[in-house]
Design a protein around this ligand. Structure first.
Ligand code: SF4
Length: 136
C-alpha cells in the first residue's frame, strides 16, 4: 500500500506525531496484521474544523500515488488531548469525494503515552536497540 497520514490540526499544535510515525514505521497498532509492503509517502492535516482543506490535502496525496489514508489516533480516539473529532464522518465523506477507492484506516495506535512506554519495555530488543536506540 501507498500510505498517507492525516492529522488533526488542533492536535498538531501540541503533538509532534512521533508515536503515529513510529507505529507506522514499526508496522504496529492498526497495521500489525497487514502483510503487504507499506510505503509511507505523505503527511498532512485536515486544515482545521470541519476539515477545511482535507479535499486539497487528499488530492495532493492521490497525485503522489496514495491508495490508503490512515487517521492519526487523535482524530477518532482523541489521543493525546482527549478530544475526539466530531467531524470524522464529514472527513471520510470528503476523502471519498476525492477518490472513492481510497482505503481509510481509523487510527494508528490505541495506547496512551504511558502504555507506549510499557509496550516498548516489554518488547525491548537488544539488536534493535544497538542499531537504532529505543525510542518511546
Ligand atoms: S475537523 Fe476534526 S481532525 Fe480536523 S481540526 Fe477539527 S477536530 Fe481536528
Amino acid at each position: 500500500m501507498k500510505l498517507a497520514l492525516l492529522r488533526c490540526l488542533q492536535t498538531e499544535e501540541v503533538c509532534s506525531g512521533r508515536h503515529c510515525l513510529e507505529f507506522i514505521d514499526n508496522r504496529e497498532g492498526s497495521l500489525a496484521d497487514r502483510e503487504e509492503e507499506i510505503e509511507f509517502v505523505a503527511l498532512s492535516t485536515c486544515g482545521g474544523c470541519p476539515g477545511k482543506t482535507v479535499k486539497e490535502s487528499v488530492e495532493n496525496m492521490v497525485e503522489a500515488g496514495v491508495d490508503t489514508i490512515i487517521f492519526s489516533s487523535c482524530i477518532k480516539l482523541g489521543t493525546p488531548i482527549g478530544y475526539v473529532c466530531p467531524h470524522v464522518d464529514k472527513l471520510k465523506a470528503k476523502i471519498k469525494e476525492v477518490e472513492q477507492s481510497l482505503e481509510i484506516i481509523d487510527w494508528t495506535h490505541q495506547e496512551t503515552f504511558n502504555q507506549i512506554i510499557w509496550h516498548r519495555i516489554k518488547s525491548f530488543n537488544l539488536g534493535n536497540f544497538l542499531n537504532r536506540g529505543m525510542s518511546i
